[in-house]
Design a protein around this ligand. Structure first.
Ligand code: NAP
Length: 236
């Protein structure tokens, strides 16, 4: 299926590994030009080498100035930004009553505010063409909190609330705002956490994320799409 986004311009953060990389690769395979961000420049250059048209901007996405820098890089190189995919490394583990104020603030900065800043930086340019796709990589934990990942549960539900609210404000401008919520996928993070069991393939996740950014997904707005192999057992 042709996703109808050839020559569109995307920014993907936390894109040197795992789900971010898989999403950037899926977009690139559709002919999208991509600004790639993560902290490790050499790893990003390797990812970019496999793409037809990509720019690397290394840096920490939790720095409040970074999202704007990434959007500016897209506009400088290609004159526009059409798609942003917000992603960041996951916060450390911890139960609800163990996590500190400082940890909560850090997680909110990384897993909520960084993505909001990215959307905010891109929205004026998207509005000028009445077309945009904003997609945030979150977690299945927005539906089913994970007991020992309280920081993740807290920060990502805040992002979900923001996305759902912003979706209403941006719909009339042809801009969608959606979450994509992974269950367990076989990425470095998962392998480091030593988790086993049924896991998803990051490439399949990337394909679903790219679909949310497609032309055909124009009427999909304000959703939190699960990519979890059916492991979330609630009805909503
Ligand atoms: P991963 O394989 O460990 O990759 C993390 C990526 O984030 C790397 O490219 C890393 O590159 C980048 N990154 C980390 N901190 C960054 C920062 N401060 N600024 C810029 N880039 C940064 O992780 P993943 O499994 O793909 O997970 C991606 C997100 O999905 C995480 O938030 C994770 O918690 C969430 N998630 C994953 C799963 C899963 O099963 N994999 C399930 C639910 C939720 P650098 O280190 O070079 O910066």
């Amino acid at each position: 299926m042709d996703l109808g986004i050839r020559d569109r311009v995307a920014v993907v953060t936390a894109a040197s590994k795992g789900l971010g990389r898989a999403t950037a690769q899926a977009l690139s395979a559709e002919g999208v030009r991509v600004v790639l961000n993560a902290r490790d420049e050499a790893a990003l250059q390797e990812v970019a080498a496999g793409m037809a048209d990509a720019v690397v901007v290394a840096g920490d996405v939790t720095d409040p100035a970074m999202p704007r820098r990434l959007v500016d890089a897209a506009v400088e190189r290609w004159g526009r930004v059409d798609i942003v995919v917000g992603n960041a490394g996951g916060p450390p583990g911890g139960r609800a009553l163990e996590i500190t104020d400082e940890q909560i603030l850090e997680a909110v900065n990384a897993n909520m505010l960084a993505s909001i800043r990215l959307a905010r930086a891109a929205v004026d340019d998207m509005r000028s063409r009445q077309w945009g796709r904003i997609c945030f990589i979150a977690s299945a934990s927005v539906r089913q909190p994970i007991r020992d990942l309280a920081l993740s549960n807290v920060a990502r539900t805040g992002l979900w609330a923001w996305a759902k609210t912003a979706a209403q404000d941006l719909a009339d401008d042809g801009i969608s705002v959606n979450l994509i919520c992974p269950g367990l996928h076989a990425t470095d993070r998962l392998i480091e956490r030593g988790m086993t069991g049924r896991t998803g393939d990051p490439a399949d996740f990337g394909a679903v994320a790219a679909f949310l950014c497609s032309e055909q997904a124009k009427f999909v707005n304000g959703i939190a799409m699960g990519v979890d192999g059916g492991t979330v057992t609630g009805l909503l």
